[in-house]
Design a protein around this ligand. Sequence first.
Ligand code: ATP
Ligand code: MG
Length: 394
Amino acid sequence: MDKHFNKGKKVLMKLQQAGYASYFVGGYVRDKLLGIESSDIDITTSATPDEVIALFNNVKETGKKYGSVTVLMDEYKYEVTTFRCDIDYIDNRHPNKVVYSKNIIDDLSRRDFTINAIIMDENEKITDYYDSKKDLENKIIRTINEPTKRFREDSLRMLRAFRFVSKLGFDIEEKTLEAINELKYLIKNISIERVMVELDKIFRGNYRNKALKYIIDTKVDQELYGISKGLKLVSKIDQELAPIEVFIICFILDDINDVWRFSNINKRLIKQILDLHEVTKEDIFNRFIVYVNGLEACLLANKINVVMGYKDQEKLIKKLYSALPIKDVCDLTFKGQDIIWLTPLRKKSWISVIVDDLKYNVIMGNLPNDYEALKEYALKKVEELRLEMGDTDE
Ligand code: ATP
Ligand code: MG
């Protein structure tokens, strides 16, 4: 991280040489003082976005509307934001107007929590306008200025408070917590995508359960579209869970709610694991289930089953998978193509009925995966099918 700090210093100094004030700020300074690695570096400056763009070669206009651009130094990103004072928030989330300022105190006063409003210069000198260092030492999350005002301006900050509990293990200061209690209904105004970004961070943090306990105690879980029971269960489990696993647990206990947004891949995975859970929670995994769903999905379903208090079948799943006579339909020694060669059957749907029959019997160990044995079985099935359906295939 020092390498990144040194490059960040260059960004600061270049801005200063051009006559602009500039500091490290936000999560980077907070984490540096706590001795934690930070994933990105925030810089705040009196230069406007256009002035920053004019100074550096490699700049991306990531959030220019809100005064933010990204300066790239050898692939590393520095988020450079112009001193701002936000006024007239609308819809409990967005400032009506972003006004640039030449005054650092304006900028710090619009930030969310005291621990996120410490500035550091290029010589690592700290300036602390909000007694932030005391809050860092005491592990306290406290809004800058009156919490109800700050949460009314932007209700996402309530979820951000839980995100920092989860990341840092800190406590939420009493008045800040009271304000969340009072204003939690405003969370409904936040777009679901933004809620999910915060929940993702809350679920991944080292202090997830502490954050969940706060969420439950303040009844914020009841503002989160039917995942309350799931969150209560997860808050009592020590195990690490990926965010999607937390959601699956929530959907087992509370039914899937259309409000939540997932990629198509994740939607399919959620549906698959919910179905697998239904089938295997009381019964055992068998070869066919393991074949159809694959090892990974079965192990995931098993992990969920165990979390929900059902028996652990991990060993059985692995044993079944490694003993599967075929892992894919292509592994059958007698294939659909052979049916076309050896019989008059042509209709695709009929051929696949026979192949599925072969596959099932091979997987279940009723037939060996042997060409002659499968051929004999298949020819018999073709005859049966033709008698049953009439000879209408040609
Ligand atoms: P993390 O380590 O999780 O990235 P962070 O503190 O860097 O935490 P960011 O979301 O990257 O959080 O935001 C950077 C800084 O911008 C914050 O530290 C805070 O000062 C300010 N900030 C971000 N979002 C808000 C908000 N909704 N209201 C007020 N200030 C905010
Ligand atoms: Mg950050």
